[in-house]
Design a binder for this molecule. Structure first.
Ligand code: NAG
Ligand code: NAG
Ligand code: NAG
Length: 434
């Protein structure tokens, strides 16, 4: 079994650093030194042999992460060392370079014009955009065989990825595959590759989500879409629903994998070290989190199905009243909050799932599918839990997809370190949100 995360996360990170290096770390310069030493550790790693079975992979993952309170860069180092990621520092750089003119591009040519203007504003109640329409539209990747919501076609689904990833990289081992495979599909996917790999200001990232919802639904003949977010993708979406209310009517379902709607206590220490804006805003009770949650922003605006893990190594706490993932339902839009360990207690699908692991979890898949194919949110009561909970992965996913998905943490760590323009101060809250 895994250990329960504790209550005082902000201090435990400091403890884990002390334990790793065996010397007390109590000054800011110690911490800066510490961060440069983990960075050079990560740079020096080479690819290791991957585990040969999914059981072995899960057990290795638990043994490197369970109860360790690691920073993102340490997690990446552990994943590579255990053969749970096929990428290295240089590997990430060439992987991203290779994708940037294609599937992970933020400069896509989407020539379909909407039938009514969705820019500069789709409705008078919406916040202003700071990007041009061309910038906003270009971040949306629409596969060549997308069906544009024609009658009888599956529902369009917008995928919004996590911090430090192009959307493609977040979902290539899970929902791009699951939704493009006839056997497991329940919708037709497009994805956002937000410029800056979602390391910039979340208020800016949210503009891409707001625009994409209104644009996509319009070019799909006004058909409503579903949105599936991973990690930050959910905060961006929540901000978009809140400050661009025109988006809400176009979304039948939001499915949230590992959201940090309250931020996380696990990264408190990074306050002392310059960071990309997105990580500062991910802190528990950051200005961004407080602004998001104010005036009903801690409740869903569209039917929302939240799936999360007690053993999330990035977003904590995930237990008790302060749990970060669950949303409330003050607007009556509908919410289902499911923690995999509660729905599949003592079973494989309720075992050790990481932050990045919720997208490959079989219960998460079943709930997402249930949400999209039915009115309202996903319902456990409609699922055959006895059969679902016995699996490690969503149907048709393989060990290779598991590794591809764990790669996302390594990509996020490397792109975070390479980010230009780190700061110790969170971006100011926009005037429209004050
Ligand atoms: C991680 O945090 C938990 C809960 O606070 C604590 O019990 C545990 O000792 C910490 N582990 C390390 C390695 O610091
Ligand atoms: C659409 O294209 C993707 C990528 O080439 C492919 O995997 C998928 O099977 C295609 N879907 C359909 C419905 O043909
Ligand atoms: C979509 O809705 C707008 C008005 O809201 C309308 O002008 C337009 O014709 C509709 N498009 C389609 C394809 O029905």
């Amino acid at each position: 079994m895994f250990s329960l995360p504790g209550l005082t996360r902000s201090l435990t990170l400091l403890c884990s650093i002390t334990q790793v290096f065996g010397t007390p770390i109590d000054t800011r310069s110690d911490i800066t030194d510490y961060f440069s030493s983990v960075e050079s550790d990560l740079k020096s790693l080479t690819v290791q042999t991957a585990p040969s079975t999914i059981e072995d992979a899960f057990s290795k993952l638990q043994s490197i992460l369970d109860g360790k309170n690691l920073t993102l860069v340490e997690t990446a180092t552990q994943l590579i060392s255990a053969g749970l990621s096929s990428l290295t520092w240089d590997g990430v750089v060439s992987y991203i370079d290779g994708l940037e003119s294609g599937l992970a591009s933020s400069s896509n040519v989407n020539s379909r014009e909407p039938s009514v203007a969705v820019y500069p504003s789709a409705s008078t109640g919406d916040a202003p955009y700071s990007f041009s329409e061309d910038e906003l539209r270009s971040a949306l990747y629409i596969p060549g065989n997308f069906t544009y919501g024609v009658s009888g076609a599956p529902q369009p689904i917008l995928l919004v990825g996590g911090t430090g990833n192009p959307g493609y990289v977040t979902f290539v081992g899970t929902y791009i595959k699951l939704l493009q495979n006839e056997e497991t599909s329940f919708g037709d996917p497009v994805w956002l590759n937000i410029p800056g790999y979602e390391l910039d200001d979340l208020q800016k990232n949210a503009e891409f989500v707001a625009y994409a919802i209104n644009y996509l639904s319009n070019i799909c003949g006004n058909r409503s879409i579903a949105v599936m977010g991973y990690s930050q993708g959910n905060l961006d979406s929540q901000w978009a629903y809140k400050y661009w209310p025109s988006t809400r009517a176009h979304v039948t379902d939001h499915v949230a994998f590992s959201p940090g709607y309250r931020g996380t206590e696990l990264t408190q220490i990074i306050k002392w070290v310059p960071q990309p804006p997105a990580w500062l805003q991910a802190l528990y009770d950051s200005d961004f989190v407080l602004a998001t949650r104010a005036n009903g922003g801690d409740s869903s605006y569209v039917p929302t199905t939240v799936i999360y893990s007690l053993t999330d190594e990035v977003v904590q706490p995930q237990f008790g009243d302060g749990a970060s993932s669950p949303l409330k339902d003050a607007h009556g839009a509908g919410v289902t909050n499911v923690r995999v360990q509660d729905a599949c207690p003592g079973q494989v699908a309720g075992s050790f799932y990481t932050h990045e692991g919720i997208p490959y979890n079989p219960l998460a898949y079943a709930l997402a599918r249930d949400a999209v194919l039915n009115d309202g949110t996903g319902q456990l009561s409609r699922l055959d839990l006895t059969s679902i909970c016995g699996n490690y992965l969503a149907p048709t996913l393989t060990l290779e997809d598991f590794l591809l998905t764990e790669n996302t943490a390594v990509v996020a760590a490397v792109l975070t370190l390479l980010y230009d323009g780190k700061s110790t101060t969170e971006p100011a809250i926009a005037d429209y949100a004050k």
